[in-house]
Design a protein around this ligand. Structure first.
Ligand SMILES: CC(C)NC(=O)n1c(-c2ccccc2)cc2c1CN(S(=O)(=O)c1cccs1)CC2
Length: 233
């Protein structure tokens, strides 16, 4: 078993990130609604709208707890949130879908997502991504750190002080690297595999822009918060 030691700062950082991540789960009532009956496409779309809106609120709260984030330039904070919102949504979705659920719940959830007006060409890559995340069997610390690293991506559009963001991201990457050695000692490539998922996430977020366009064509309504964070309407 490989010896892994964390500095005092790293232990403090992990605790803050885990507390923040645990505090901000998707409200159970919203998730439960997905499992009630009423299967119409319209109803499924509305539920996803509600879940995605609630997740953006959760994301903003989580981000505020990332050590150093609130010390960044205010406009850069906004640029990082807007630049990572879709990727964070897909990451959270993958984690939600791969969570242990009562028998049959996952299937119902999948079915409602497939029948929510998303065209087939986006369903496939989306579910491939969910599956590829599920196969990693990430522990909570890895999930929370991967979300943190996604948010702290320096090269998002309109970020002015990229070095400041890079420094924060480096800290989270160092910690994630150690976490992977600790929790997956048999897989030396595990950390690299996790970062590979971030590349897949960027591809998905390009699909997302097209998904939005096709919904807009069919006059689907989004909430003001989603329109703001996605820069639509
Ligand atoms: C957990 C939350 C963040 N996930 C979520 O909202 N999902 C999920 C999903 C995946 C696994 C388990 C539970 C839900 C699939 C999809 C979305 C949202 N998007 S969206 O934001 O483009 C959208 C918003 C409005 C109309 S479409 C479409 C695809």
């Amino acid at each position: 078993k490989k010896k892994v030691s964390f500095t005092k700062e790293q232990q403090a950082l992990m605790k803050v990130i885990i507390d923040a991540y645990n505090k901000h789960q998707i409200p159970q009532d919203v998730a439960k609604k997905l499992l009630q009956d009423k299967y119409s496409t319209e109803e499924n779309f509305l539920l996803l709208t509600e879940m995605a809106t609630s997740q953006v609120q959760v994301l903003v709260e989580f981000t505020k707890n990332i050590p150093g984030f609130l010390s960044l330039d205010r406009e850069d904070q906004i640029a990082l949130l807007k630049g990572s919102a879709v990727e964070a949504m897909f990451l959270r979705s993958a984690q939600a879908l791969n969570k242990k659920m009562p028998i049959g719940h996952t299937e119902v959830l999948e079915e409602r997502i497939r029948k929510s007006g998303i065209s087939e060409e986006f369903i496939k890559p989306m579910f491939n991504f969910y599956k590829s995340i599920g196969e990693l069997h990430m522990v909570l610390e890895e999930q929370a750190l991967l979300t943190t690293i996604t948010i702290l991506t320096p090269d998002r559009p309109y970020v002015k002080d990229q070095p400041a963001v890079e420094r924060l991201q480096e800290t989270a990457l160092d910690l994630l690297r150690k976490m992977c050695v600790l929790h997956h000692p048999q897989e030396p490539q595990y950390f690299a595999r996790l970062l590979g998922r971030l590349t897949e996430l960027r591809t998905l977020s390009h699909y997302h822009a097209e998904m939005l366009a096709s919904w807009r064509v069919n006059d689907h309504k989004f909430t003001p918060l989603l329109c703001e964070i996605w820069d639509v309407q």
